[in-house]
Design a binder for this molecule. Structure first.
Ligand code: FAD
Ligand code: FES
Length: 331
């Protein structure tokens, strides 16, 4: 049996159980959301004992070296005694300063962080509420801007998005953890064609990336596809059209599954994207964000079309997952 020490108490883990599930089962609060290693809200630090390699996949080397790991991906081997601490030292206090409705169900949340916070446009952060509720959101802002900007879609029954949409007033305080993710523009190949594709609030990181690339002097074609079920699911349409008018290399294509008209194309996002690509997309780079199924499917198709995997940067917006049931095979 493995065991975990947290705040001076030891907690036994059932065979095959993750550190996250074991601690939650025994009443220890650990911030968490996706339970799939994608959102980093369950980051913890091993102060003594080794964590399996799988628990550090996707973390920056600096975090790995300091013993950070993802509690939802950490299944210590039998006999392991692991001492852990939370990730509060990675969080900075922040104040919500502004909320703006961008569409029927998307709100822009702007925050001022109260400590230095370095990030790249397109990365994501974890917002941690005072009661410990944690959810990850991509950054739509640019590092040179004073405020962090998030685009939050209201999920029916959603704990964090509902709070943002209904309850939060400017002045509310939260903590911000991160940044994380490799969905950002890297200068150096200004002529490379870029493909940016997102569904829903998957536009948030792309809005940062596209402006970052243009400000960095990117001259190659930038194809930005934003997909929604229907026209009211699109947002920032005028701002993006204005940006494209100022930058002829930016090709902005809003697309809906139903209800399109002369202004907005109608059709399946993935098929339109694939049809727009050359036969051999040599030197292209892709950024894919939003709905997990759409992101994973497009990533696979782009690879099959000839994209190199290292040139496809993807952030799938995995939802929170309720706590797992009893561990199979456990006594
Ligand atoms: C890397 C990353 C980046 C993200 N970036 C953004 C972003 O920029 N903007 C944004 O709006 N969201 C983003 N998300 C999703 C976000 O973290 C939350 O999952 C989302 O806001 C819902 O949280 P909630 O607390 O409101 O709902 P919860 O209380 O977590 O969920 C309520 C119920 O709805 C289900 N649910 C939640 N989301 C969905 C969904 N999309 N589809 C179907 N069922 C769902 C849950 O499983 C649960 O049963 C991102 C997620 C990840 C992992
Ligand atoms: S990465 Fe562990 S809960 Fe999301």
């Amino acid at each position: 049996m493995a065991k975990v020490r947290h705040e001076s108490a030891w907690y036994p883990l059932e065979p095959g159980e993750t550190v996250l599930d074991g601690l939650l089962r025994q009443g220890v609060h650990v911030p968490h959301a996706c339970r799939a290693g994608a959102c980093q809200s369950c980051l913890m630090r091993a102060t003594s004992g080794a964590v399996p390699e799988a628990a550090q996949v996707g973390l920056k080397d600096t975090l790995k070296a300091r013993g950070y790991f993802l509690a939802c991906a950490c299944r210590p081997q039998a006999g392991t005694a692991l001492e852990v601490a939370g990730a509060s030292e990675l969080r900075v206090p922040a104040r919500i300063v502004d909320l703006e409705s961008l569409s029927g169900d998307v709100v822009a949340v702007r925050l001022e962080v109260e400590a230095p916070f370095d990030y790249r446009a397109g990365q994501y952060v974890t917002v941690v509420r005072e009661d410990g509720l944690a959810r990850s959101y991509s950054l739509a802002s640019l590092p040179r801007e004073d405020r962090l900007e998030l685009h939050v879609r209201l999920v029916p029954g959603g704990a964090m998005s509902g709070w943002f949409a209904r309850d939060v007033r400017p002045g509310e305080r939260v903590h911000v953890q991160g940044p994380a993710g490799d969905c950002f523009y890297v200068p150096g190949q200004p002529e490379a064609p870029l493909l940016l594709a997102g569904t829903g609030t998957g536009l948030a990181p792309l809005y940062g990336i596209v402006r970052d690339a243009l400000e960095a002097g990117h001259t190659g074609p930038i194809h930005l596809f934003h997909g929604a079920l229907e026209p009211r699911g699109l947002y920032l349409v005028d701002a993006l059209r204005a940006l494209a008018a100022r930058h002829p290399n930016l090709h902005y294509r809003p697309l809906v599954l139903a209800g399109g008209d002369g202004d907005v194309e109608e059709g399946p996002l993935e098929a339109r994207i694939l049809a727009s690509l050359p036969k051999r997309p040599v030197g292209w780079r892709a950024f894919l964000c939003g709905n997990p199924e759409a992101v994973l499917s497009l990533r696979k198709k782009l690879f099959l079309t000839g994209f190199s995997l290292k040139d496809i940067h993807a952030d799938a917006f995995l939802p929170s997952t309720p706590r797992a049931g009893p561990v199979a095979g456990a006594a």
